[in-house]
Every structure is written in structure tokens, then in C-alpha cells.
Design a protein around this ligand. Structure first.
Ligand SMILES: Nc1nc2c(c(=O)[nH]1)N=C([C@H](O)[C@@H](O)CO)CN2
Length: 122
């Protein structure tokens, strides 16, 4: 199985359960791994034959910038749903982190896997 990925996509947004978090935008970071068979794109050297990571990143930035979730869980689930449905991704792993949200920790957050690797198999 091949993977197209985006690492450390930083986006400013309203996120969090505390009063102060509803007023100040914080930075979240996304790591995204998406199953995609890259062989046709490699053979043709044509962007139309692959999963365009810039298009995925632009869509996620627009979605997250406009959102106001309380929990990282909700943001992660909805972001995964967008990628799966709009970009026809059969399997993905998404890590969503809030850098500096907990004193003493570099970052905190969630990692989710959705979909099946089967349909992305060669
Ligand atoms: N599992 C979670 N735990 C916590 C979350 C969350 O979204 N998911 N959020 C917070 C606060 O908003 C925190 O990020 C502020 O420091 C606490 N725990």
C-alpha cells in the first residue's frame, strides 16, 4: 500500500473547553497519511493521476480555520470524514495535536485511523 502524506500542517482556530479558549485562536497541527496507489501517477508523471496533497491541505485549512470545536476528537473525526468523502480516500491515519496545551508536554491530541486498507491494496 502506498501513502500520500502531509506532516505538521499548522492551522489557527478556536478550539478548547475553557472560557479563554473560546476567545483566543490557538494553533493545531495535523499529520495525515492517506492510502493511495501512486503507480499510475509515477508511470504517467501526471498530477491528474494522483491524490493532490496541496488540494487536501487547502481544504483542511479552510475547514479548520472556520471551525469552533470544543474537542480535538470532533475536529479530527470531521476532518477525516471530509478527506475520505471528498478525495475518495479509502483509508487514512490522522494525528491532530495541540502544541503546548498541557504544561510539561510538547503536544497533546488524538490519532485516528478510519477506513479499510484492503481497497487500497495493490
Ligand atoms: N481528550 C481530550 N482531552 C482534553 C481536550 C480535548 O479536546 N480532548 N481538551 C482540553 C482542553 O481544551 C485543553 O486542550 C486545554 O489545555 C483538555 N482535555
Amino acid at each position: 500500500m502506498d501513502i500520500v502524506y502531509i506532516r505538521d500542517l499548522k492551522v489557527d482556530t478556536i478550539i478548547g473547553i475553557y472560557d479563554w479558549e473560546r476567545e483566543v485562536r490557538q494553533t493545531v497541527s495535523l499529520d495525515l497519511e492517506m492510502a493511495f496507489d501512486i503507480r499510475e501517477a509515477a508511470r504517467t508523471d501526471n498530477i491528474e493521476h494522483t491524490l493532490n496533497y496541496k488540494a487536501v491541505a487547502k481544504r483542511l485549512i479552510a475547514f479548520i480555520e472556520g471551525s469552533e470545536f470544543l474537542l480535538v476528537e470532533t475536529m479530527a473525526e470531521q476532518a477525516a470524514d471530509i478527506v475520505r468523502k471528498e478525495f475518495k480516500v479509502s483509508w487514512l491515519r490522522l494525528r491532530l495535536s495541540k502544541p503546548g496545551a498541557v504544561r510539561g508536554a510538547r503536544d497533546v491530541g488524538v490519532i485516528i485511523e478510519r477506513g479499510s486498507k484492503q481497497s487500497a491494496e495493490a
